[in-house]
Ligand binder design. Structure first.
Ligand SMILES: CC(C)(COP(=O)(O)OP(=O)(O)OC[C@H]1O[C@@H](n2cnc3c(N)ncnc32)[C@H](O)[C@@H]1OP(=O)(O)O)[C@@H](O)C(=O)NCCC(=O)NCCS
Length: 216
């Protein structure tokens, strides 16, 4: 999340309203699939998600260890339009997190290409704090991992978490991300440079974890 590429100040392209037609293709670049877990449903973002995402993702506790989110509802609308353009370009995917039976977006999961062809990719996530510690993260993360490895064909999925971000580090560890190193003073937030932990999950890690779950 920390290094996700969207930057409000660079997004000056005026685009027609984002297309929100139902997914009719298995090609994720044309439209993200809807992924259903036990608690959550992940789906394509819509312009109408801007208000709830603005309310939930701009609080101090959610945003303090991630790149600054947009500061207005309109800024989130532009961010959402940008995510759809990036998905069409085939370099990035962003899912809205909703609770089963509800349509409100309460968070996001993002995946972006780090190498052409998505051999190496990076993911990031943010969920509104009322839903922390509820299992929503883990449920959504499993869906995104399956999507990244099985649908996109990612080989290595990286994540970065600022060292003082206890929940971010705890969340990554509990879903099997492997800590590889510390990137010293690699993330600037509120005028301060923070160390980040670099995590990765390999497609082989994922296959082993999935096989182990089947055995038990
Ligand atoms: C990251 C995020 C999506 C995780 O969702 P969550 O619901 O908080 O995650 P969970 O509660 O499932 O898991 C967090 C784990 O970290 C642990 N944890 C909490 N605070 C901790 C701390 N200070 N130090 C270490 N571990 C901590 C929790 O106990 C939990 O583990 P457990 O379920 O085994 O007890 C959410 O906290 C969030 O949106 N944070 C703000 C955005 C952000 O920082 N994103 C970038 C992450 S790299």
């Amino acid at each position: 999340m920390e290094k996700m590429p969207y930057r409000i100040e660079l997004d000056t392209v005026t685009m027609p309203p984002a297309a929100v037609a139902p997914v009719v293709s298995s090609n994720w670049q044309q439209g993200l699939p809807t992924l259903a877990g036990e608690q959550v449903v992940l789906r394509e973002l819509r312009a109408s998600d801007a208000a709830s995402l603005f309310a939930l993702l701009t609080t101090e506790e959610v945003s303090r260890f991630i790149s600054p989110p947009p500061t207005t509802v309109e800024g989130f609308e532009r961010f959402i339009a940008w995510t759809l353009r990036q998905r069409l370009a085939g370099t990035y995917a962003c899912f809205a997190v909703t609770l089963r039976g509800f349509n409100t977006a309460i968070g996001i999961f993002q995946i972006r290409e780090l190498q052409p062809g998505f051999g190496t990719a990076e993911w990031g996530f943010a969920i509104g704090s009322p839903f922390w510690g509820t299992g929503v993260f883990e449920d959504g993360a499993e869906l995104v991992l399956d999507f990244a490895f099985d649908s996109i064909g990612v080989h290595r999925l990286e994540a970065r978490a600022a060292v003082p971000n206890g929940r971010g580090n705890g969340a990554l560890q509990k879903i099997g991300a492997v800590q590889e190193c510390v990137l010293r003073k690699s993330f600037q937030r509120n005028g301060q440079y923070l160390d980040q932990v670099l995590y990765a999950i390999l497609d082989s890690d994922r296959r082993e974890a999935t096989a182990a779950v089947r055995v038990h």
